[in-house]
Design a protein around this ligand. Structure first.
Ligand code: GLV
Ligand code: MG
Length: 306
């Protein structure tokens, strides 16, 4: 089944402490914005950042973007106040809460129950605010299947910087390859996240690439997770947005071919009165599995407006 969900090819990080960036982000072509209360905001600035985020959600023009707020993780004293202030203040103008450094399903259940309480009290439809679960440590990865199972979780998000620190990975190149390692150091982690997400029909989002001026290197990193099936990637700078939107959409030739496979399979199998499973499209044999593969590409292309 093709997982579609909200658009998230490019997920723009916007520090909640910067009124200027909260304003600027509204005019940028990112599919999603996440207004950050966590690591981009200093401890002493957290209280003001909550107020800025509520004001930006209520008064800003987010024009079709997916709107998320990243709260602080549950080992800090800030999480409950982040959730309550943001949802009480702007719950009707918020699509998702992003929970960082998730370690097990209980943490997601806490957020799910808290959101349900808030939605009931505020008269919002129960379940309308989704959860994005960031996997940023070994515990989160080991428990990712159970984390992805919560009905409120819309997407699993890889957090490479915290993850690399948590497993003692000997590199400072967040999101990039490591010269001493002869492969892709993230391959296992990305696939593990992708399997958990897909087992529950959820999206999977790749994390940040910190060398923000090197858009070519960003594009190469994005291509690796896009090729596996990831739905999008974080962007830390406006210069990365177009590259993400392009890389996580199918290229035109693949999209056209997918639509051709769908049309041809439908045409030839119905012409044969439903008695043929495999048919020829030019020199290519296509069957039910080809139809499913084509559906994935076609769904991503249609969602991207191709
Ligand atoms: C993102 O939160 C990361 O840690 O990479
Ligand atoms: Mg992190």
């Amino acid at each position: 089944m093709a997982v579609v969900g909200r658009p998230r090819r490019s997920c723009l990080a916007v520090p909640g402490s910067s009124v200027k960036m909260l304003g600027k982000a509204q005019g940028l072509p990112a599919d999603q914005v996440f207004l950050d209360l966590e690591d981009a905001v200093a401890p002493l600035a957290k209280a003001d950042a909550r107020k800025n985020v509520v004001a930006a959600l209520n008064e800003g023009d987010w024009a079709g973007k997916t709107r998320a707020v990243r709260v602080n993780d549950l080992t800090t004293p800030w999480t409950y106040r982040d959730v309550i202030d943001v949802v009480e203040g702007a719950g009707a103008n918020l699509d998702c809460v992003m929970l960082p450094k998730v370690q097990d399903a209980v943490q997601v259940q806490w957020l799910d129950l808290t959101l349900t309480q808030l939605e009931k009290t505020l008269g919002l439809q129960v379940g309308r605010i989704g959860i994005e679960a960031q996997i940023e440590n070994a515990a989160g990865l080991v428990n990712v299947d159970a984390i992805a199972a919560s009905p409120r979780v819309e997407t699993i998000v890889f957090g490479p910087a915290d993850f690399m620190a948590s497993i003692n990975m000997r590199s400072l190149a967040v999101g990039g390859l490591i010269p001493d390692y002869p492969g892709d150091p993230y391959h296992y982690i990305l696939m593990r996240i992708l399997m958990a997400a897909r087992m529950h029909d959820k999206q999977a989002i790749d994390g940040p690439f910190l060398q923000i001026r090197d858009v070519d290197a960003f594009r190469e990193a994005a291509k690796r997770s896009a090729a596996l099936g990831f739905d999008g990637k974080w962007v830390l700078h406006p210069g990365q947005i177009d590259a993400a939107n392009e890389v996580y959409s199918p290229d035109q030739a693949d999209y056209d071919h997918a639509e051709l496979i769908l049309d041809a399979y439908e045409h030839y199998t119905s012409a044969a009165g439903g008695m043929l499973g495999a048919v020829m499209l030019g020199d290519e044999m296509i069957d039910e599995a080809s139809r499913k593969m084509a559906l994935v590409i076609a769904a991503k292309g249609r969602a991207a407006g191709m």
